[in-house]
Design a protein around this ligand. Sequence first.
Ligand code: PLP
Length: 421
Amino acid sequence: MNDLVNRDLDTIWHPYTQMKTAAKPIPIIKGEGVYLFTEDGKKLIDAVSSWWVNIHGHSHPYIADKVFEQLKQLEHVIFAGFTHPQAVQLAENLLSIIPKNQAKIFYSDNGSTAVEVAIKMCLQYWSNKGTQRQKILAFKNAYHGDTFGAMAVSGRSAFTAPFDALLFDVEFIDLPNKENLSTLKSKISQLKSELACFIFEPLVQGAGGMLMYAAADLDELILHCKQENVLTIADEVMTGFGRTGKIFASDYLENKADLMCFSKGLTGGTMPLGITSCKQEIYDAFLSDDKLKTLFHGHSFTANPVACAAANASFDLLMQAETQQNIQRVETKHHQFKQQIEKHPKLKEVRQCGTILALEWNTEGTSYFNNIRDILYQFFLEKGIILRPLGNILYIMPPYCISNTDLDYIYEQIKIALEDI
Ligand SMILES: *Cc1c(COP(=O)(O)O)cnc(C)c1O
C-alpha cells in the first residue's frame, strides 16, 4: 500500500509543498460526488473543491460520457487555421451567459495563462493604437496566478519574494470602501495616461485570504476607469460559474469589465482550460493589413477539444434548475451557520459570498505560515474533511452538489474545533 507513496516520493515534486517537512501525500484512487476515496479505504469530503475547481462533484457521469465521446471522435487539432465543433459551441455557450459587452473568446490552458493573455491584449491594444501605455493597476493582496506576468500583477508576498526584482512594476491600490473611493479615483486620474489596464478579482480576493469587498464600490471604480479610458479586466477564474451565488461575480455589477478571465470551474474541474474574453473594440484594434498588429500568442493545446467538451458538459449541468437551486441552498446554509458562530471569541471575522464561507481565526499574525493552519488542516483531515486554511483563514468552498447532511457535519466539526483548538 505504501508503494504508491514511496514511488511518488522517489519521483515527484509537489506544488506549494516543502518537500523536506511535508506530510506524505495521501493516495486518492476514486472520486464520486463530493467524496474522494483514499487507497486505504477512507472517504474524504472535498470541502475545497480540489483547489476551487470542482463545481458538480467528482467524476460526474455526464461530463465523463461527453469527454469519452469526444476522445473517440477527435482528441486534438492545431487551433491556428483550424476549428472544431466543441470550441465553437463553448464560445457560443459562454457568450450567452457572460456580460453582453463581451464579444470574442480566446482559448488557453489555465487561469494564469488566461490572465497573461488578458494583459498582453491590453498592452498591445495601446501599442497597436500607437500609444505608449505600459503601467498596470491592481489591488494589494491580489492573486492572478503563478506565471511571471500573472505573478507581477499579484500582490508581492513571501511567494513572489525570490522573483520580485524581475517582476514588472505594478501600481497597487487598496480595496475600495466608502472612505477611500475618492482617493483611489484621483490616483487613477493621475496615472491615466500611463495606465494600460486595471485587473481585479471581482468581490472576492481568493488566495489573498478570501477578502471580500462591496460590489457598489467596485462598480464606481470600473465606471471611473471607463470615464478615464483605462481598460478593465475582471479575473473571474475563481469567482466564475456560480461560486458567488450568481453565475459570475460581474453579475452583481452594473459596469462591466472590458475583458474577463475564466478557468477553474469552466470545465467543472475536469480538465485544464483557460479563456480570455474581450469586447469588440479590443478585438478590432488587432485587425489590420499590418501583420505586426496580430496577437502573437498561442499554446500547443489551445482549445483542446476534450477540454472544450468537458466545459460544454459542465455548462449544461450549470444551467440546470437543480444546480441553481443547489447554489442557493449552499448559500442559505452558510448564512445560517455564519449567524450561529460569528460572535465566537476565537473568530476575528466571518465572511460570506455565495457558496464561499471564510472564518478568520483570531491569532497573532495573519501569515500563511501561521501554525494554526497546520493544526486545523490536520484536525479536519482526521474527521474526514479536506479544508485547507490560508494561514489563519479557514474557508469552505464546496462543490454545489454537497448534501445538507455533509454541510451540517462540516459545521459541527468547525464548532468542535472552535471549542477544542
Ligand atoms: C487560481 C487563480 C488563478 C490562476 O489559475 P491557475 O489555473 O492556477 O493558473 C488566477 N486568478 C485567480 C483569481 C485565481 O484564483
